[in-house]
Design a protein around this ligand. Structure first.
Ligand SMILES: NC(=O)C1=CN([C@@H]2O[C@H](COP(=O)(O)OP(=O)(O)OC[C@H]3O[C@@H](n4cnc5c(N)ncnc54)[C@H](O)[C@@H]3O)[C@@H](O)[C@H]2O)C=CC1
Ligand SMILES: NCC(=O)COP(=O)(O)O
Length: 340
């Protein structure tokens, strides 16, 4: 079986530390870190982990037993160990992007079975001249697929976002009948495939307070969201709503729905993160391969201090290993067809 590929993320953040800590807990299956060996050695030292590290010639070369397998993509900057951690740095942004690009190319070449991404800093990416707002959009471009969606899962909630990394004003305009309908369809495909639910119950949140209160507080629910729900129901998807956003997550958490479609980034992520960063996983729907990530960011405030909690990365790693092992990535691709 080909390895899961883990990108090291922004080296000025907690990504390398999370990877070495998670790896020390022996997640299942083969895995190769795509990153800088020097940065990962520093992370091992910062965490007091005295483990061997093997630098591979190719991402899928077997590593010696017990060694942290690292493949260094060509073109990483030499300066990664020079500056301080915990800062926005263009060289770290450039290196993070290079790791993502080469990891995707390796998966496309059959050298990896799935992708786990450690956090990147979006300002560092921008400082490096890489004009994607996040992994999600970058992976969509690298994979050449028509649509992707961000899904967040933890023990208690599953949420998929209609809009992601855009200004709130812009997000409102992007909430359309088509974008909501495509999101529900991609979520339904994911719940039936990777999540193995025979008849998923999907709640769709409104955009406005009280889901618009019958048009008194905005009419996006009447013009866009309700027609999208009707479109989905017409093709046999058990979508319901739009529901008041302030109570729909509570209703899903207590078992009334299997997942919630949220209209904006913060509408969906606040309930997820409020439950704790412990084991939340970010999963990209619509790609032809499995990609997961922790649900938190680079945590510059604690970088380099050995304080980072690896549980979310570990959960992301385990989920990627399970989904790659089941070869369920086509179910994600089917979602992208629904969105086209
Ligand atoms: N998957 C990714 O690449 C993600 C990247 N980001 C990016 O990360 C950067 C920083 O974002 P922030 O808003 O500051 O959020 P953050 O998640 O990096 O930090 C928020 C708070 O949570 C704490 N925290 C986060 N992860 C932790 C962990 N594993 N263990 C212990 N404490 C932890 C931090 O110390 C901080 O107090 C931004 O550029 C953001 O866009 C944010 C989320 C996901
Ligand atoms: N808040 C989640 C987030 O920003 C992660 O984005 P991405 O890098 O996975 O696209």
């Amino acid at each position: 079986m080909k390895p899961i590929l883990l990108t090291q993320g922004d080296g000025a953040g907690i990504g390398p530390e999370l990877i070495v800590k998670a790896w020390a807990q022996r997640p299942p299956g083969p895995a190769t870190v795509v990153g800088s060996a020097a940065v990962l050695r520093r992370a091992l030292a910062q965490c007091g982990l005295q483990r061997p590290l093997a630098v591979l010639d190719t991402p899928d070369e077997p590593a010696p037993p017990g060694a942290l397998a690292v493949w260094e993509p060509p073109g990483l900057p030499d300066s990664l160990l020079v500056g301080e951690q915990g800062q926005v740095r263009a060289d770290c942004g450039r290196a993070a992007a290079r790791c993502i690009e080469t990891a995707v190319a390796a998966i496309q070449a059959g050298q990896g079975s799935g992708l786990v991404t450690a956090p990147i800093h979006k300002e560092a990416l921008h400082a490096a001249g890489v004009n994607y707002p996040g992994h999600t959009e970058m992976l969509q471009a690298l994979a050449g697929v028509p649509a992707v969606r961000m899904m967040l899962v933890n023990e208690e909630l599953r949420v998929v976002l209609v809009t992601v990394h855009v200004a709130l004003r812009e997000a409102v305009n992007l909430v359309t009948r088509a974008s909501v309908r495509d999101t529900v369809r991609m979520l339904d495909a994911a719940l039936r495939g990777p999540f193995d639910l025979a008849a998923p119950r999907i709640a769709v949140a409104g955009l406005n307070p009280h889901a618009g209160e019958g048009g008194l507080f905005g009419d996006e629910e009447l013009r866009e969201i309700a027609p999208a729900v009707a479109d989905c129901r017409a093709v046999g998807i058990n979508a319901q709503g739009p529901f008041a956003p302030d109570t729909v997550f509570m209703r899903a958490r207590t078992g009334e729905f299997d997942a919630v479609v949220a209209m904006t980034h913060d509408q969906g992520l606040i309930p997820i993160k409020y439950l704790g960063l412990d084991e939340g996983v970010n999963l990209t729907l619509g790609l032809p391969f499995v990609r997961t990530s922790p649900d938190h960011g680079t945590a510059f405030d604690i970088a380099g201090r050995g304080l980072a909690d690896p549980r979310s990365l570990l959960a992301a790693w385990r989920l990627a290993a399970r989904l790659s092992d089941q070869r369920v990535a086509p179910a994600f691709a089917a979602g992208s067809k629904a969105a086209s």
